[in-house]
Design a binder for this molecule. Structure first.
Ligand SMILES: [Zn+2]
Length: 284
């Protein structure tokens, strides 16, 4: 009689709580932004049965030193879809130009439709203060959708949500007008290799464009296994010291052993969950 509950307990300890039924959508400006900020958390969600979708609001057709336009956009879309496949999330790339994103009503409507169609419980996005205008305006666009998703006469071609989702921001290091606040920290030590595999799919970004911007293109190995090892050394996904208090709040005594994490800040504009609800909304 006691065997089954024990087995369930062991399963719960190994895999965390069952999150099937939960629907998560994340918006990044470019194909790879969601992956960098929330790829580990998304992999954990997917492993626990939640449905996750990443949306790149621009098609990435500008950010490259030797390629551009439609051919680059097609390459970036294929990379994003492969990245999503590697961790079990859906990935959509919207066809807005890279480097030219503005918070227009037309693109706000695209964001509203995506949140409604996904029937999202949780929405993740960048904060609206960031060095890159596309990141900044993605933050503004999602903030501007945070109430409108429940308003029937706004974007009336897509039925409104009856329950406003919870909105969280990705982490960043920008300090003005206010620094990022780690309201939730998710330990990702158990999925670091999955996150790495996801980033490894973005060849044109992580092995070409980003190292070129940093003046390190000559250091990227040609061999696929060697360059993945190089990538592992580039991106540590380490716990930011500023997240330690929050990490201890959510993980208790286990927090000291956590080496890799992702953090999120609650947006004031969506539904406001209490701590008990947050425990049911994130893959701790
Ligand atoms: Zn970006």
């Amino acid at each position: 009689m006691r065997t089954l509950p024990l087995a369930l307990c062991l399963a719960a300890a190994a895999f965390g709580q069952d999150l099937s039924g939960l629907r998560v959508i994340a918006f990044g400006a470019h194909p790879d932004d969601c992956d960098i900020r929330a790829g580990g958390t998304a992999a954990k969600y997917a492993a626990r049965g939640a449905k996750v979708k990443f949306v790149a609001v621009t098609n990435g057709d500008a950010g490259h030193q030797t390629e551009g336009g439609g051919a680059l956009a097609r390459r970036r879309r294929a990379e994003a879809q492969e990245a999503g496949r590697r961790i079990g999330v859906e990935y959509e790339v919207l066809d807005n130009h890279d480097g030219e994103l503005l918070p227009t009503v037309a693109i706000r409507e695209q964001v509203i439709r995506k949140i409604r169609q996904w029937n999202a419980d949780i929405v993740l996005a960048p904060r609206p203060n960031d060095y890159h205008p596309d990141h900044r305006y993605t933050g503004v666009l999602v903030q501007d959708a945070a109430y409108m998703v429940v308003v029937p006469n706004v974007t009336p071609d897509t039925p409104p949500l009856r329950k406003n989702p919870v909105f969280f921001y990705f982490s960043d290091r920008f300090r003005r007008p206010n620094p990022f606040r780690a309201d939730v920290v998710i330990a990702i030590d158990d999925v670091v290799e999955k996150k790495l595999a996801m980033l490894d799919a973005h060849t044109s970004q992580v092995y070409e464009w980003l190292p070129w911007v940093d003046g390190e293109l000559g250091q990227v190995p040609q061999d696929p296994a060697a360059r993945k090892d190089w990538l592992r050394k580039q991106r540590f996904f380490a716990v930011d010291p500023a997240w330690k208090t929050s990490l201890a709040k959510w993980y208790g005594a286990k927090a000291a052993a956590v080496r890799h994490a992702e953090a999120f800040e609650l947006c004031e504009y969506g539904r406001q969950p209490n701590d008990d609800e947050i425990r049911k909304l994130f893959p701790f």
